[in-house]
Design a protein around this ligand. Sequence first.
Ligand code: 5GP
Length: 242
Amino acid sequence: MEGKLVVLSGFSGAGKGTVIKKLMQSYDGYVLSVSMTTRKPRDGETDGVEYHFVSNEAFEDLLKKDGFLEHAGFVDHYYGTPKAFVVDNMAAGRDVLLEIEVQGAMQIREIFPEAVLIFIAPPDAEELARRLFGRATETAETVTKRLVQAATEVKAVPDYDYLVINDDVDACADALNRIIRGAQAVRDSSGECPEAEAAVQAGQDRLENQAGSGRVYTEYIQKKSFAGKFGVGLAEVIALRA
Ligand code: 5GP
């Protein structure tokens, strides 16, 4: 049986990578697609692990050969998902995780309407700013660029299937697994699987009892309201830095 395609987006620098690592350590059957990028490696990043770091020429070469599933320009650089890895792993029955930004996510929705799109966000804009400032590898200019980028990205939150709040790594990874495997069960039973829906629901209730850690929003109106408040918070943080 073919694996599921899962898009995980979130503001850059908000701790999404840590949650994805936790998800893969805690549960079997997931593989993470390693993207290609033209940006330079940060301290501690290794070619072939976090990304395949390539020149503009090499990126454009693969693009010409139709080697990307999706690609996007983001803060001065190109990022893309090499096609072969995704196709091969889905065929082998693994659930493939794509950690990509919103333009790429929307391209994936077009090509794979059955993909599950999840947005991972910190509880509020102030927390995002705190996490970005805490990242010693970024210059002040890049942090501001990323905050401005986040203000654009947050508008796309309501278009994702799920919004998961990342205020506790374990709870967030647990919520992601429930969503993905729940969605899998729904699909496996041709759209009729009340047990899977109930499992997702039960997970939310339990997680909400833990002071809101790993909160999951699926209702359009809730996602829109979160995005609206987050956008206002970001505008304030950006204005303070200007
Ligand atoms: P960073 O430079 O912080 O590693 O990543 C910047 C942004 O690019 C993040 O939002 C990340 O999810 C996104 N990104 C990473 N790889 C890809 C990719 O292959 N395609 C797209 N569209 N976005 C990506």
